[in-house]
Design a protein around this ligand. Structure first.
Ligand code: FE2
Ligand code: FE2
Length: 219
């Protein structure tokens, strides 16, 4: 029984590491693509919004990189090279494809990112790394906001409204609600209470510090 549980935990940890390696390089590709994207749009509000999204992706990448190191692993070199090439190519393409295609592509991608971090949180729970759950769910929530932004942009366009969109994600609250409602081993649930405060303060550092820096660097 104990051996079986250990094997399950081991398996979940392997899945978590593989997922985080994908996410780590995915964030790199996204950040490069958004850099090209915000530079290609004319509307000042859209420029700022997409630039902020790029910043979110760099922060996500830093957090995921820390998680990988913490799990005794690291990025996949092959995926890193691939992500750099794809991200930069997408960033350049934004300048030639027109306004709608990059908005549509980004929204569809973001809807996948929400589920990716939700799955990551489940793997973290299943391998006993409850200290990572809050941060993973928080990133899923940020991806939810990104999806909403790009969806709203596509729907603001006459042609965009006539396109068939990717499935709309459920309400933001369901990210944490559905996670909470799933059965969790008692020992893990108790442990999660202890780590929640630590995870919260770590997250605040990541999400607030860069904003302050942004403000101080503003002209
Ligand atoms: Fe992200
Ligand atoms: Fe995102």
């Amino acid at each position: 029984m104990v051996t079986g549980q250990m094997a399950t935990e081991n398996n979940s940890q392997k899945k978590l590491i593989a997922l985080l390696q994908l996410a780590y390089s995915g964030e790199l590709a996204a950040a490069h693509a958004y850099r090209g994207h915000w530079r290609s749009v004319r509307n000042a509000g859209e420029k700022i919004a997409i630039r902020n999204i790029e910043d979110d992706e760099w922060r996500h990448r830093k957090l995921v990189g820390e998680m990988l190191a913490n799990l005794g692993s690291g990025p996949s070199k092959r995926r890193e090279i691939r992500a750099t090439i794809i991200g930069r190519a997408l960033g350049l393409m934004c300048h030639i494809t027109g306004w709608l295609a990059p908005m549509y592509g980004a929204g569809k991608l973001e809807s996948r990112n929400i589920r990716e971090y939700e799955t990551g949180a489940r793997y973290a729970r299943d391998c006993g790394r409850v200290d990572l759950i809050d941060c993973l769910l928080e990133m899923a929530e940020v991806e939810w906001e990104h999806e909403l932004f790009f969806r709203s942009r596509v729907l603001s366009h006459a042609l965009g409204r006539r396109l068939s969109l990717w499935p709309q994600p459920p309400a933001k609250e369901t990210i944490r609600l559905s996670f909470k409602e799933e059965p969790v081993a008692r020992s893990l649930a108790e442990e999660s209470l202890h780590v929640a405060a630590r995870a919260q303060s770590r997250r605040d550092e990541m999400f607030i510090a860069p904003r302050e820096q942004d403000i101080s660097q503003a002209p």
